[in-house]
Design a protein around this ligand. Sequence first.
Ligand code: AFP
Length: 327
Amino acid sequence: MAAGVHLARFLDDAGVPGELKAVLVSATQAGAQIARELRRGGLSGVTGTAGGTNVHGEVVKKMDVLANEILVEVFRSEGGVAQVASEEMAEPLVLSREAPYSVLFDPLDGSSNVDTGGSVGTILCVQSSPGGKSPSGEMLLQKGADLAAACYLNYGPATSLVLATGAGAHLFCLEPGSETFVLITRDLKIPRRGKVYATNEGQRNYFHPSTRRFLDHLQASDPSDGRPYSPRYSGCLVTDVHRILLEGGIYLYPSDTRDPKKPHGKLRLLYECAPLAWIVEQAGGRASTGRGPIAEVTPSELHQRVPLFIGSPYEVGLAEEFEGGKR
Ligand code: AFP
């Protein structure tokens, strides 16, 4: 399938079921609308804080609220979605009893970048929804391995979409005029190993000794082994994972001792880590908690956090050796 194909045609040719295609096309239409609002920035007063904090105690940006509203409304009108759950909503929202899919998302990842012109993203995944009974939050506690589809949008110099529906991960770019996504690369393959790592080194003193040893290894000078690696940390998980998907390397947000209330790090399993893990693994990469695949973690609560090591198979395997005490 040649590059230049529009998303809807790509999904048809890939044999994606009609109802799932409709959900994904709606998700990307919301993405195009969010991209438009981001470009308007201060012109339409969507910069700054919305006042108050979200269920995680984080300061909420006006663009967090707007991006969340755009996604909720697009799925409300789409009709094929049973429930939506979001980083910005304490509880899931039931939209339909009979619909076959539910959607979980981080509407604006990296929102602390939004007022300073940095790149931000949207992370989204689609689960199958067991019909015939009233949708409930428990139904959303599904392993990442069981997803029906996942995608992310990176709002950078261009708006990129990477999508996976079970047969590879595919890169699209938003065509500004038509506001449709056009295929750039089919079946992305992440490099086996890379030259960069992405992590908040400012938190290094809170990292467990195993993680500090892993970082020491990446930073040690051994040109014959491609070390030292270079740090590339944007403050936006989507932007860092996008770079790593295209060029190789590793992003890590490990568990740490900074906040006893958050022993498993900062990132949320269901709508940040599991969707990205599903996409990266279909491109030949890996995603781990440090002790095992993210895709095999069975969620116990909607906003559960997990440590994340994601990227090229070589570096994630290495990280597991250090986290597992083998090195
Ligand atoms: P925000 O959406 O609150 O900006 O958080 C972004 C994020 O979830 C992820 O995109 C970043 O990689 C990470 O958190 C940044 O966290 P630190 O500020 O602790 O490094």
